[in-house]
Design a binder for this molecule. Structure first.
Ligand code: FES
Length: 153
């Protein structure tokens, strides 16, 4: 949720900066997601107004791309690849161990805001499967203990 007029002003400015660009809707949403870590619902209305597109268009794009979060992420973001090569390399057991160790399921953010666990589908690191991304750091042949050690308190 956008809690201040300052954030609303920032979102207006981001959207206005994207006017005239090719694909301004996608660019505005990417910039907002980078700035806040997610795309607040209120931001969707602002973007729609500034770019003169429907709120349904904005909601459709944000809903289609999993990189656009609808809620603030945890302090550590763990993405674990669930695609074929990583499945063959045993990612399912890593998932089970990580969920048990962190007390959080994939697709969720832990209640204390420490960590968000997300599924991903191929980082292009298949030769080193199973692969994970922790706060943007790619890790091959990942083990659960490697992931849990990187979670910020
Ligand atoms: S299938 Fe997991 S990194 Fe490619």
């Amino acid at each position: 949720m956008i809690k201040s007029a300052d954030n609303s002003d920032i979102i207006h400015a981001i959207a206005r900066d994207c006017l005239g660009l090719d694909g301004p809707l996608m660019e505005a949403l990417v910039r907002i997601n980078q700035r806040f870590g997610y795309v607040p619902k209120e931001a969707q209305a602002i973007v729609a107004e500034v770019l003169n597109v429907s709120q349904a268009d904005v909601a459709g794009v944000t809903g289609f791309y999993s990189d656009f979060r609808s809620a603030p992420p945890g302090r550590t973001i763990v993405q674990l690849c669930r695609a074929e090569a990583c499945q063959a390399a045993g990612v399912a057991s890593v998932v089970t161990e990580v969920e048990a160790a962190l007390g959080c399921a994939f697709g969720e953010t832990r209640g204390d805001g420490a960590v968000t666990l997300e599924d991903a589908y191929c980082f292009g690191n298949c030769a080193l499967a199973p692969a994970a991304m922790v706060d943007g750091q790619l890790i091959g042949r990942v083990e659960a203990k490697t992931i849990t050690a990187l979670v910020k308190p």
